[in-house]
Design a binder for this molecule. Structure first.
Ligand SMILES: Nc1ncnc2c1ncn2[C@@H]1O[C@H](COP(=O)(O)OP(=O)(O)O)[C@@H](O)[C@H]1O
Ligand SMILES: [Mg+2]
Length: 372
């Protein structure tokens, strides 16, 4: 396609020109941090939590330490990453004086080196977890004081905290009772775990955070405009009806909307046709189907397929006798339990009274085509 590059974007790195809507959520997040409140961003996988956080990091105007807990499997690794970022925030410090000033109690356990990714810190194995946690907070506090600004610590995929330390939530709780200028922004995909931790009375971090819900799909008008504009300004042509079709198929799910557009741009001819949209959507579904089979197999719930089928075909009245019979579900309790479990797993989402939807539009397509 001449000199044009594919304008659609999937992946971890947020780009402002690919960002649709989320205005309310973004301004709520900014206001919460500005007023010194901790925040949790909750929502299903691939709904745009990380992108929202990255927008905040790029445009919010605060010094930020960002840690994705998903890939992290030790407290030591976690603290080392934090050190690196803290160091980089304090532009101009040299590493020796950084360690001497902010990590003075553990200085002899810390070394550093330089490579392509810049500086990296490493902590030896002699420190206990308790001491490491303590020092981590001392570091944050020290850095914040010297920056003389609010310091924001973003902990993405927080539901994975156990692989770092079981004690992380408790220690956070005591830390932020002692000071106000280090603000935490958490995000998490496993809704029920996040709910338990932050929003149930028994949760360790109960009443400690405001909440930003990324539970809605993208708005129709703005998404369609985005699709039309991005095809039509990069040497392709799409008519409004077909942009609507993309929106309808992906249901405005951020990830799948970008993915379908990306693949279409890549594979289809200059003029995007209705058939191509369907063919590519189906091929994406095919590509993912192994994963869907795996989900169904590993969940091992009896009547799982029946319930998925019911949700994908019916918009309400799930509990009616006719529906229970049609989908061969023995009784309302079984259905209720499964709805609950699937919601907890982030596979379906409640969106209105007694109405559920399979979150992933390709999974829904898979259920429609492959289950019978
Ligand atoms: N506001 C948005 N507008 C357009 N596309 C988005 C938006 N947010 C997310 N996306 C798309 O969805 C993908 C997944 O988003 P991400 O933030 O990684 O989700 P999460 O962190 O919730 O799993 C991104 O790579 C991007 O393609
Ligand atoms: Mg994410």
């Amino acid at each position: 396609m001449g000199s044009f590059v594919n304008p659609f974007k999937i992946g971890k790195t947020y780009t402002p020109e690919n960002f649709i809507d989320r205005k309310e959520e973004y301004s709520y997040l900014c206001n919460a941090v500005e007023s010194g409140n901790n925040v949790v961003v909750v929502g299903p996988r691939r709904f745009g939590k990380t992108w929202l956080l990255q927008k905040f990091i790029a445009e919010g105007g605060y010094p930020v330490i960002y840690l994705d807990l998903f890939g992290c499997f030790s407290l030591k690794g976690f603290v080392q990453k934090m050190m690196k970022q803290a160091y980089e925030l304090l532009k101009g410090k040299n590493p020796m004086s950084f360690v001497g000033r902010y990590l003075k109690h553990i200085a002899k356990h810390v070394s550093f080196s330089f490579d392509v990714g810049g500086i990296s810190f490493s902590i030896d194995n002699d420190l206990s977890d308790e001491l490491l946690i303590e020092q981590m907070y001392e570091l944050l506090e020290g850095v914040q004081k010297d920056l003389k600004k609010k310091l924001v610590v973003v902990l993405d995929e927080f539901q994975a905290y156990k692989s770092i330390s079981e004690k992380l939530p408790e220690s956070l709780r005591s830390f932020y009772q002692t000071q106000k200028d280090v603000v935490f922004v958490f995000s998490g995909s496993m809704r029920h775990m996040i709910e338990e931790l932050f929003f149930e009375e028994s949760g360790v971090l109960y009443h400690s955070c405001l909440r930003v819900d990324i539970g809605k799909t993208l708005p129709e008008d703005e998404s369609i405009e985005y699709i039309v504009e991005n095809f039509n300004s990069t040497g392709k042509k799409i008519i409004l009806e077909d942009a609507k079709r993309i929106y309808r198929l992906t249901k405005g799910h951020p990830y799948f909307l970008q993915l379908l557009c990306y693949e279409l741009w890549d594979k289809a001819g200059e003029l995007i046709s209705e058939e191509e949209i369907d063919v590519i959507f189906d091929s994406l579904c095919e590509r993912e189907s192994y994963g869907y089979e795996l989900i169904i197999e590993t969940l091992e719930y009896k009547y799982l397929k029946n319930v998925l089928k019911l949700i994908s075909e019916q918009t309400d009245g799930y509990f009616s006798i006719a529906n229970l019979q049609k989908y061969k579900i023995p009784n309302a309790t079984t259905l209720n339990n499964l709805l609950k479990k699937l919601t907890e797993r982030g596979i379906i989402e409640k969106f209105g009274r007694g109405k559920y939807q399979i979150i992933d539009p390709l999974f829904e397509r898979y259920v429609g085509k492959k289950l019978w």
